[in-house]
Design a protein. Structure first.
Ligand code: UT7
Length: 323
């Protein structure tokens, strides 16, 4: 008998304000055509003052709990992936815990930038298979609009805000790839690439700082590393490209998503794509895409799903799960 961490619910929250590419044409030397052709992004949501990371995370968590038919008091742990917590501390996860009225269990943030949700899922899976928790809320939530340099056309047109969450619960499995739940994971990082993507603020500067990115350099790393980590996780799970029903990739750039799918030998009609509507929401992008993919009727119970993401660090990884 094998303990599996099975998705029982999923949900998301998007800020009310939708910003089309055309809005940037008024203030920047850019065009809708450039943004769409280079990134695939058409719209993104930007949070208002009250839509903080923890507030959006709470709404996504409530939606996941509702789908799972559970109360906050049923949850043992909250693992929240973010690089844009409301405050330096306490963690956004403990703020969500308080918002949900949860007096039990424990909560903490995971910081692996755009790969954060893959790292959070892997940590939550470890808590469940080791018997330390039975039900875990895994959340990705970001307000990257708060760390944008609005004069830098190379970054500010690419990112958006939002939150997504899944409720994982322990279930007995047979230990085969036919089990529901997380089947395999793969995590990687290489700190020598820190200058490719970072925020120029923190305790060393006393400021929040702005996101800085050498986009084309990150791009060069992305497809190869994403396809490799996905393959490693698939090998560990004992599945092949033919078995995969859906790739749910990090939504940074449609060209990266297409290039990775091609390298994995999986056609685009088996890829959940939301980048056109959300932009790059960093750690929120995968749970947002999972939630939208379920809403659209794409992802169904029993489907084999591969998630993959790369971001600042560099940090990257993949998770293979049966929905
Ligand atoms: O999620 C975390 C990981 N991040 C990513 O995965 C992002 C990875 N990178 C990318 O998605 C792409 O590299 C970008 C979308 C950021 C850029 O696309 P690119 O095809 O790599 O373009 P580039 O950076 O090589 O820039 C091409 C040109 C440059 O002009 P010159 O030097 O050729 O004259 C840029 O200055 O496009 C220019 N440019 C723009 N032009 C119009 C950069 N931003 C803009 C803009 N509007 N917003």
């Amino acid at each position: 008998m094998t303990i599996r961490a099975v998705v029982k619910g999923v949900g998301h929250y998007l800020p009310q304000r939708i910003v089309p590419n055309a809005e940037f044409e008024a203030t920047l030397d850019t065009t809708d055509e450039w943004i769409v052709s280079r990134s695939g992004i058409q719209n993104r949501h930007f949070a208002n003052e009250t839509e903080t990371t923890s507030v959006m995370a709470t709404e996504a968590a409530k939606a996941a709990l509702t789908m799972a038919g559970l109360q906050a008091s049923d949850v043992d742990a909250i693992v929240l992936a973010t690089s844009t917590a409301d405050l330096t501390f306490p963690s956004a996860a403990t703020m969500v815990q308080a918002n949900l009225g949860m007096k039990n269990g424990f909560a903490f943030d995971v910081q692996a930038v755009c790969a954060g949700f893959v790292f959070a899922l892997t940590n939550a899976n470890a808590l469940i298979v080791s018997g330390q928790a039975k039900r875990v809320l895994v959340i990705g939530a970001e307000t990257f609009s708060r760390i944008m340099d609005w004069t830098d056309r190379g970054t500010c047109v690419l990112f958006g805000d939002g939150a997504g969450a899944v409720l994982l619960a322990a279930e007995d499995g047979a230990g085969t790839a036919a089990d529901r739940g997380i089947l395999a994971t793969d995590l990687n990082s290489d700190g020598t690439h820190r200058d490719l993507l970072y925020v120029d603020g923190g305790t060393s500067t006393g400021t929040t700082g702005y996101l800085r990115m050498q986009g084309n350099q990150v791009f060069r790393h992305a497809v190869g590393k994403l396809a490799a980590t996905a393959q490693t996780a698939m090998d560990r799970a004992g599945v092949t490209a033919d078995d995969v029903d859906w790739i749910v990739p990090h939504q940074a750039n449609i060209r990266i998503i297409q290039g990775t799918a091609k390298k994995m030998d999986i056609p685009m009609d088996r890829v959940v794509v939301t980048v056109q509507d959300h932009g790059n929401t960093s750690a929120a992008s995968i749970p947002l895409a999972m939630s939208v993919g379920v809403e659209r009727g794409q992802i169904k119970q029993g489907d084999l799903v591969v998630t993959e993401a790369i971001g600042g660090g560099l940090a990257w990884g993949a998770v293979v799960l049966r929905w």
